[in-house]
Design a protein around this ligand. Structure first.
Ligand code: SIN
Length: 284
């Protein structure tokens, strides 16, 4: 379904950046939002799934306060936040690093029993070109499945697994990110979730898949793999995607309940972002 924005907003304007999802939202100063403007942003974000705000100047405190308006902060079980701001994960890549955090299609913390509802990423330093983030629309991916596939998958669950050990090995090619890896302690890092989930706010169905999915519940790995591989490839078809190019001051908020994302590792300059994830509910 093409992105159809109601555009009945009084304070903001919404400008789609691709055919099925993603929009720039103009007219809002994120450091200073009235309840009325916030309500419009929330509603536009639910429509466009990926909301991009340009030329914002916000302090870490203001970013945390903005995140709290959407919900509680979700802390990453494997990654430490900043010393001064534990709610913020600083994502850094130096020119000499060959590992890019987030360079695989995924949805945030899908391995948690209650995965992150939303992610808010604010750009501080960006490459002169490249370093974009790509997004894929999981409503569109679900809608494009055949009726036969929708029926077959309706009650299937997936096992989603976090990857601490392999993360440690991969992160050695990015010492700053490696220094943030922490032991998740008792936090659960493996969970079963419905493959087709219903968005709790819009009521729409979405394909809930990403790189953390290891197998289908009740199926062997050999049985699961072809179907999981098929659905992963299907879920990132170019016509479901949008792409955000970052400049310092760009803030993007995406909805992990209906979006996958991918940090494009195509640059060799410093990139530094502040990420906050917002807590979600158990998917159904
Ligand atoms: C992530 O949250 O996966 C990182 C996204 C990015 O750095 O573009």
């Amino acid at each position: 379904m093409p992105l159809d924005i109601a555009n009945t907003y009084r304070h903001i304007s919404v400008h789609p950046i691709a055919g099925t999802m993603g929009a720039e939202i103009r007219g809002a100063d994120l450091a200073n939002l009235s309840d009325e403007v916030f309500a419009e942003i929330k509603s536009a974000w639910l429509e466009c799934q990926v909301a991009v705000f340009r030329d914002q100047t916000i302090t870490p405190e203001q970013q945390i306060a903005l995140a709290h308006r959407f919900g509680e902060i979700h802390h990453h079980p494997f990654m430490k936040g900043m010393d001064d701001y534990p709610d913020i994960l600083e994502i850094v890549k130096e020119p000499s690093d060959s590992y890019t955090f987030g360079a695989a299609w995924h949805t945030d913390q899908m391995f948690n029993p209650k995965p992150a509802m939303a992610t808010m990423l604010y750009a501080h330093e960006t490459p002169s070109a490249g370093g974009d983030t790509m997004f894929s629309n999981m409503y569109a991916a679900y809608d494009a499945l055949s009726d036969g596939m929708k029926t077959m998958l309706a009650d299937v669950k997936t096992w989603c697994v976090g990857s601490k050990q392999s993360d440690r090995a991969r992160y050695s090619a990015n010492p700053v990110m490696a220094s943030k890896v922490r032991d998740p302690g008792d936090l659960q890092t493996e969970s079963a979730h419905p493959l087709i989930r219903t968005h709790p706010e819009t009521g729409r169905k979405a394909l809930y898949i990403g790189g953390h999915v290891k197998r289908l519940d009740g199926f062997t790995e050999a049985e699961s793999k072809p179907l999981v591989d098929y659905l992963m490839a299907h879920s990132i078809r170019p016509e479901f995607t949008c792409r955000v190019n970052w400049k310092p001051g760009t803030l993007t908020l995406w909805d992990n309940r209906c979006v996958q994302h991918y940090a494009v590792p195509d640059y060799n300059e410093r990139r530094r972002m502040h990420r906050i994830t917002i807590a979600g509910d158990e998917p159904f």
